[in-house]
Design a protein around this ligand. Structure first.
Ligand SMILES: *Cc1c(COP(=O)(O)O)cnc(C)c1O
Length: 706
């Protein structure tokens, strides 16, 4: 990529002995996060500190003691590992031939820009980025939120309380971009009556740079500094300002850095104003708006994730007038022409709907699962009334997960042994996964049991730490999993708690649930974890309902709630549980990804046939809850699904797990399903399959039609 030279020298996180000074380079590239050997070169120096800093290598290097560093720098075994890791890091960074360059040698000088409102620093960056191992010429744009995350605490009565979590930028693997004079490189965007400025941070994710906008600088008023403070805001003025900053500001960041992307990928409608800025650039150069829009459309890719109309991002027209009346003349448009770009009529006043803007100005649009594609075509059919619903131009690319961010180390080693190491290079190749059938049941069972014990220990440690604070009631400590047992059939249910995910469904018939979990010969334990959006009162009520049930002494401690769901908890759960359950109200789940993470770790999915599971389920590699039926009545749907859930547990899942154990006390029928799940689901739902679909079906066509 031919970028401008900008000043981005790595800061020094700590003073390192020369022999191991490149730990600093590792700390400032998220590559470490999906390479267990790289994790080990930090962890080995001081395992306790590594946990204390929540596996953040920058904070780790800032705090680790000099004697321990010296000890490592003189330890042969350590140095051997270190040298290997540095060598593979360098090989990765300097790799000339990647999947992309080999497949599309004529497209290596193209650039793809990827815009997203939500790059969770803790949650999705490694997952998203890992899939980009394939060498795409990609740059990503987003925000850094000073208070983007919140900590969840559950009161004794089950109410979710939240506290803000302030990010300390100096402890993040980010570099501020500077101009030639060593000052912050700034871009500006127009808001009513003022220009606001943003500085740019860069995070290096493998070979992909991620640029994050930040308005907390003195040049801005205190109000404007708050714009990049929080991800979730219900204030529409803040929201539209953020989206102007991302869309218009994001284009300006790329220009300031010398990029000239041929593909512009919008993840959700939040960044759709980027099309306005790109049209403006072309109109300024002499094109008419119609000509500009034609060009912009060809390079635009739009991915929608929202199957619920109410979930879509929209603004009242008066607000858009306030923010854009200085911009539409620059596009050569009248007010009405501008508003029409995204107008949606409603009885409460016309709305300016961001996904409509994105759909109308993108030639390449997709949903995130096959079913979600169908739902999206129905939902947006009104924009193409002259077409049949099947011909609405929205396709689908089903999500996938990054194996190396989610797979347990032991399971990975087992795959190395029986599948050969190729599975690490091309996890999307189904032929490689056929060999899963050759893994002896005993070996998978042993790995699974090990993971389950690790999970139980992790949960116990959290419960102990919580009790040690002295600020919780004993029953809360019980509720956080001190009575867990590694020989019991274990079900996980962990995700956000919006109402459509129906976290309450399992409680539908509480007596029946109690009989199931307390069956002395065949007990079940269920682990819950997840946060409700801070403004989602119904979601908090669902958590409360669950928590009150969990505290009921009749559950015998077999229902557990783990506070403050995050990636670390998710990793332990998807690796440890036997069954991963999901109960969305069909067809509201666009894709879902946590079930994919569980499947490759030998967990069996037990889910509504919604989102990805509608495609993944083959009748043998897990279980369905309910059927493909569509419902008019949500009450009837809940009823039917709850009955199906109990029946399947009683008649199929529990007997398969506990009965027919062989001489080694292993349930052979269960293991057959586990292998079928790993074999069929790992390749189909890998990010490598997903990214190659995006390249084939979206990016390359966008480049070629230019
Ligand atoms: C994977 C993951 C999710 C997504 O879960 P879904 O079941 O797909 O909604 C959410 N949060 C965390 C922390 C995750 O790891």
């Amino acid at each position: 990529m031919n970028q401008k030279k900008i000043n981005s020298i790595l800061p020094k996180a700590g003073f390192l002995p020369e022999r191991i000074e490149r730990l600093n380079d590792l700390a400032y590239n998220l590559w470490w996060s999906w390479n267990p050997d790289a994790v080990a070169v930090f962890q080995k120096i001081n395992p306790v500190l590594w946990d204390t800093v929540s596996h953040n290598p920058v904070a780790f290097l800032q705090q680790v003691s000099r004697p321990l560093l010296n000890q490592a720098a003189n330890d042969h075994q350590y140095l051997e590992r270190y040298d290997q890791v540095i060598a593979s890091f360098d090989a990765y960074i300097n790799q000339k031939n990647t999947w992309f360059t080999e497949k599309y040698p004529d497209l290596t000088d193209q650039q793809i820009a990827y815009f997203s409102f939500e790059f969770g620093l803790h949650e999705s960056i490694p997952a998203y980025a890992g899939g980009l191992d394939m060498g795409l010429p990609l740059a990503a744009i987003g925000f850094i939120y000073t208070q983007g995350y919140f900590v969840q605490k559950i009161t004794e009565d089950g109410w979710q309380e939240t506290s803000n979590f302030y990010l300390d930028f100096s402890k993040l693997p980010m570099i501020p971009l500077l101009d030639e004079k060593g000052k912050d490189l700034l871009i500006s965007v127009p808001l009513p009556g003022r220009e606001i400025k943003a500085r740019i941070w860069k995070i290096q994710v493998g070979r992909v740079p991620l640029y994050l906008l930040d308005t907390t600088i003195n040049e801005n008023s205190p109000y404007d500094q708050q714009l990049t403070a929080k991800l979730y805001t219900s204030d529409l003025e803040t929201r539209i300002s953020q989206e102007i900053l991302l869309g218009i500001g994001g284009v300006r960041v790329l220009r300031a850095l010398g990029y000239n992307p041929s593909v512009w990928h919008m993840n959700e409608g939040h960044s759709a104003f980027l099309s306005i800025e790109r049209c403006r650039e072309l109109v300024v150069k002499g094109k008419t708006f119609a000509e500009a829009a034609e060009i912009v459309r060809k390079g635009n890719v739009f991915t929608t994730h929202t199957p619920v109309p109410a979930g879509n991002d929209k603004f009242p027209v008066w607000l858009v007038e306030k923010y854009f009346n200085q911009i539409w003349p620059e596009l050569g448009l009248t007010r009405d022409e501008f508003i029409t770009l995204a107008k949606e009529e409603s009885p409460y006043g016309d709305q300016f709907t961001m996904p409509i803007l994105a759909l109308k100005l993108s030639d390449h649009c997709n949903g995130v699962s096959e079913l979600h594609g169908i739902v999206s075509r129905q939902m947006w059919h009104f924009l193409w009334p002259e077409r049949a619903v099947e011909d609405v131009p929205i396709s689908h690319i089903t999500n996938g997960v990054h194996s190396f961010s989610w797979l347990s180390r032991r399971m990975g080693l087992l795959f190395d042994e029986y599948l050969g190491k190729e599975w690490r290079e091309t996890p999307d190749n189904p032929a490689i996964w056929e060999k899963v059938n050759s893994i002896p049941d005993e070996e998978i069972w042993a790995v699974k049991l090990h993971q389950k014990r690790m999970m139980a220990r992790f949960i116990n440690d959290r419960a102990r730490a919580q009790w040690l604070t002295g600020s919780v009631h004993p029953v809360q400590t019980l509720a956080s999993g001190v009575l867990l047992d590694s020989d019991t059939l274990t079900i996980g249910f962990a995700r956000r708690f919006p109402t459509y995910k129906r976290g309450y469904l399992i409680l539908h018939d509480f007596e029946r649930l109690l009989r199931l979990i307390n069956n002395v010969d065949a007990p079940i334990q269920i682990l819950f974890s997840g946060k409700a959006h801070p403004a989602d009162e119904p979601g908090k009520l669902i958590i409360q309902q669950l928590y009150r049930a969990i505290k009921d002494h009749r559950t015998g401690g077999r229902l557990v709630f783990i506070e403050d769901y995050n990636m670390d908890i998710a990793r332990h759960l998807v690796q440890g549980v036997d069954v991963w359950m999901n109960t969305p109200r069909r067809p509201n789940e666009a894709s879902g990804t946590s079930g994919m993470k569980a499947a490759m770790n030998g967990g069996l999915n037990f889910s509504v046939l919604d989102g990805w599971w509608h495609e993944g389920y083959n009748g043998n590699n897990g279980w369905s809850i309910g059927t493909d039926q569509l419902y008019d009545s949500t009450e009837k749907q809940d009823n039917d699904d709850a009955l199906s859930l109990y029946e399947t547990l009683e008649d199929q899942i529990v007997p398969l797990y506990y009965s027919n154990r062989n001489g080694s006390n292993i349930p052979a029928g269960w293991m057959e399903k586990v292998k079928d799940a790993i074999r069929t689901l790992s390749p189909q739902f890998s990010t490598r399959r997903m990214v190659s679909d995006y390249v084939k079906d979206m990016y390359v066509p966008a480049i070629r039609t230019k």
